[in-house]
Structures are given as C-alpha cells and as structure tokens.
Write a protein that binds this ligand. Structure first.
Ligand code: BES
Ligand code: ZN
Ligand code: ZN
Length: 502
C-alpha cells in the first residue's frame, strides 16, 4: 500500500482521520477544523453518548458526515485514551485499527492528521512511523492464485498523512518501508504453496536481495556433499527438489572488519515427516515449516533496505522432507559437517538435522559475535506456550535479555526455557555420538534445543522455537490470518537497539 505525506491542509473528496483525548477534547489539526466548522465537530462529539461511554484503549471512534464548512467529506474521530502513555506497539495497533475501519467503510481517499498525538515514551517521529507501519502490516493481502477479478479485491486505497512536519516524516518513512517490505517478503514466502516455494525457489528469492547490496552465496547438493554436510543432506534426499544452503551477507557497519551478528533459519519447504510420516490431518500446515528461513530472508531485506549500520549474516538451510525410495530411514546414521555422527531415530525430527550443519557452517565461516537461530522446531512448544510466546533457549543471559526486551517492544514475545546437561544426556546414542530424538516422552522443545547446542561452539547463541507463532488462525491487530512474520520486527529491533552503529 502506498502512503503519501503532505503539509497540513484539507483536500476535496477525501475523508479525514483526526483524534481527541479521553475527555473528547480535539487534538492537533482537529482543533483547526473545529474552528473552521464553527464548533460543529466539538458539539457533535459532546452530544454523542455512545462515543462518550465506550472506554477501550484506542478502539472508540465516531463518524461525522458532511461536516459544516469543511472540504473533507467525512471525519473519522478516534478517541485515544491515555495516548500520552502510548508505547511503540500502541501506535502500531492504532495504525492497524485505523486501517481496518477504513477498509470496513470502503474509504478510498483518506487523510490522517497525526499532529499532537505525542507520547512521553515515543518521539513524535517514531510514533508516526509506527502508526504507518501498523497501517502497512495490517493491510497485507495475498491473492495471487485467485483468478476471478472481484475476489482479487484490489487495494486501491490512497492514504495520505498530513502534518506540519511532513518532510521529516517522509524521510523517516524510508526506514518504515524497509521493515514493512521485509515483513511482506517473509509472509509471501510462507504463504506460497509448497509446490511453488521449493528450496531452489526460496534460494532464488534470497538471491533477489542482491539488488539491495546484499552478497548472496548459494551452495547446492554437490558443494554441500564436498563439505560433508551429511546431516542436512540426509533430510533432503527423499525429495526431487535440490537442497540448498544460502548465505546472505550485509556489511553495513562503518567498521567493515567487525564480527557479524548471525541469523540462521530452518527452511523445510514442506515437512511430510519423511518415512516417520505425519498423520494427514493438519499436514497442510507443514508448508510453513520454512518459516525460520523466511524470517531470516525478510530480516536481511529489512536491514539492507534501511541501510542498517551493522554487519549481519543470514544463513538458511533449505530442504524438503519428503518420502521416496531414497528417503532416509529411522535408524540411519549420518555424519554432520561438525564431524559428529547422528543416529536418525525419527525422520520427522528433521529441523535440528538441518540446523546442525547450518549452525556449524555459520560459526566456522563467519566467526560471529552472536548467533540467533529461528525454527518451527517442535510441536511441544505449542503445548507449552500456545501462539502467544515463542520459546527462547540460550547459553547467554545478556543476549536473552536483549531479545526478550526487543520482543516486548514489538509484541513478539519470548519466554525463556532452560538448558541443562541433564537434558543433554538424554540424547546419547548407543551407536553414534547422539540420536535425534530422546527415548520415551520428554520435554521435546528442550531436548531439541539441547541437540542444537551440540553444534554451537561457545559463541553467544539463542534459539527461537517459532512453531506456534509463525501462523495465526485468527486476525491480529497488525497481522491478518495466516503468516505473521513473527521475528522480523523483533530482530530488526534487536539490531537497531543493541548492535547498530557501535
Ligand atoms: N515441523 C515440525 C514441528 C512443528 C509442529 C511445527 C507443528 C509447526 C507446527 C517438526 O519438524 C517436527 O515434526 N517435530 C516433531 C519432533 C518429534 C518427532 C521429536 C514434533 O514436534 O512432533
Ligand atoms: Zn518434522
Ligand atoms: Zn519440521
């Protein structure tokens, strides 16, 4: 969606969006409009009982049609309760809310007047930026495969933001565009059906970041075989689609030699479970098993798009976990790139096998300052945390705290779970260095994280299990039903808050 910025003024044929406080006192440009209309606006909202009695944080609004003496055809007045205490997320949600109301009333030409809605917690520039981000993220649509024109529901809306500070807002909007473009790419990749979004196709999408100045390297099966990545390759060997390992490098720091922060993503383009086949009920959900890789690609797009002053490297392991005459068997033993051997007792615990080689490669090649992996790794994390929090596992308290804080700001929440040698022991195998599942029922998300830790070499590391947060069945304030891109905003915030410009 395109948003334009302009100076404070009215335009004919447009509806206006203005704001008032919890006591119905008009804010910013609304005051000027009220004068022009000879107090018509303030009188109407004073008498509007239903508008006055509602009491939600920022969900109350009323509409005035044909306000007297104004060029604007309609006014939407949003009542903001305690806006002086709004957080970053409150402004994003407000943007999402405005967008959904405008959509509901099928408005096509809208001007929003944000001047005056300043919070003591967020600068005016950021608050408008977050509002714009909320509008953009909540208006996401994916209708590529609908063939009938009307169901395509073309987004013809024109939203304008009019402010006395519009030129500064315009400049800041480039950064916001970069973040929303990153989120959009992640959502598109996750939403695409798995017969189209195969490992080579995901790699191609990563390659397209070259136009933003990202260095992209793609390893195919031949190269990975040469390197000895038996763990990742074993997962993909039952598929007709070639496995890939993709590295995206963004060198934006002033100090080009500074150690990068690394992001590693699980990219299973479809997870049938392999020979340890999943039940058919709900298997369609496994198209989003490449969610971790999509977040890494979208994040790299956001960082490069906003020219972040950071050295970052994104690595994604891309495979399809399929059945076939060459598919690996439960009890196969594979040799990972690290040299450690793994007994594959369950071919459905494949994400960790992919990450094992991707993690080792990332550390060996790029010597990162910290490494964060994202994966739709276990069903057990959904049992523990549902779709509200993603699981966080880490060998480093500082990194954990930074991630948790960034997640709170962006409302992409993380909950830390423990790692411990006693869990680690459960992975010992009688025939190889380790097995990919534990015997019997156990803490599945923790032992999966313990498995990953065997491929982490002392570097500060965090693992985010995003199995429950990658896809939503209900619409959320800034994410329609479907792919959420959970992780992109969070990690972008982590970078901007703690890793940039130092
Ligand atoms: N991709 C799944 C995990 C998953 C489940 C993601 C539900 C999203 C929603 C993963 O590869 C898997 O199958 N894990 C198994 C591990 C088990 C075999 C130890 C699981 O969670 O059941
Ligand atoms: Zn699986
Ligand atoms: Zn999986």
């Amino acid at each position: 969606m395109d948003i334009q910025f302009n100076n404070l003024r009215q335009e004919k044929d447009h509806a206006g969006v203005v704001f008032c406080d919890q006591n119905c006192r008009l804010i910013g440009f609304a005051k000027k409009l009220d004068q022009l209309s000879k107090k018509h606006i303030s009188q109407i909202i004073k008498g509007d009982q239903s508008f006055q009695s509602r009491n939600s944080k920022h969900y109350d609004y009323t509409i005035i049609h044909q306000p007297e003496n104004l060029k604007l055809t309609k006014l939407y007045i949003f009542k903001l309760k305690k806006y002086k205490e709004y957080s970053v997320r409150d402004f994003q949600i407000l943007g999402g809310h405005i967008q959904s109301i405008i959509k509901f009333y099928k408005e096509e030409k809208i001007i929003i007047y944000p001047d005056g809605i300043t919070s003591s917690k967020v600068s005016f520039m950021s608050s408008v930026g977050e509002l714009v981000l909320g509008i953009k993220l909540s208006s996401y649509e994916f209708n590529k495969y609908h063939t009938k024109k009307d169901s395509k529901n073309k987004n013809r809306k024109k939203i304008k933001i009019h402010s006395a500070q519009y030129s500064r807002i315009l400049k800041n909007s480039e950064k916001i565009d970069a973040i929303s473009d990153g989120v959009k790419l992640t959502r598109d990749l996750v939403t695409e059906p798995p017969n189209f979004m195969t490992p080579p196709k995901i790699a191609e999408n990563a390659k397209s970041l070259e136009s933003l100045g990202v260095e992209v390297k793609i390893l195919g099966e031949k190269e990975m075989k040469k390197l000895g990545m038996g763990s990742l390759l074993g997962v993909g060997q039952g598929s007709i689609h070639e496995s890939q390992l993709v590295v995206m490098k963004w060198n934006g720091s002033r100090n080009k030699k500074k150690k990068p922060i690394a992001f590693v993503g699980k990219g299973v383009s479809f997870d049938t479970g392999g020979v340890s086949l999943k039940p058919s009920n709900g298997m369609e959900e496994m198209k989003y098993d490449m969610g971790g890789s999509a977040v890494v690609i979208g994040l790299m797009k956001a960082l490069a798009g906003r020219k972040a002053k950071v050295n970052a490297v994104g690595v994604v392991g891309l495979v399809e976990n399929h059945i076939g005459s060459n598919a690996q068997r439960p009890s196969d033993v594979v040799k990972s790139y690290s040299g450690q051997t793994i007994e594959v007792l369950n071919t459905d615990a494949e994400g960790r096998l992919v990450l094992a080689d991707a993690l080792w490669y990332t550390q060996e090649q790029y010597k990162p300052e910290a490494i964060i992996d994202l994966a739709t790794l276990t069903g057990a994390i959904i049992v523990a945390l549902g779709d509200e929090y993603a699981g966080l596992f880490s060998n480093n308290d500082k990194l954990s705290k930074q991630l948790t804080e960034a997640g709170e700001i962006e409302d992409e929440k993380l909950w830390r779970l423990p790692l411990n040698d006693r869990y680690d022991k459960m992975l010992n195998s009688p025939i190889a260095d380790m097995q990919n599942i534990t015997n019997g029922r156990g803490p599945g998300s923790i032992t999966a994280a313990q498995f990953l830790q065997r491929f982490v070499n002392k570097v500060p590391w965090a693992h985010l299990d995003i199995a429950g947060t990658t896809w939503t069945k209900k619409p959320m304030p800034t994410s329609p039903k479907g792919a959420t891109a959970f992780g992109v905003k969070l990690l972008n915030r982590l970078v901007s808050k703690y890793y940039e410009g130092k």
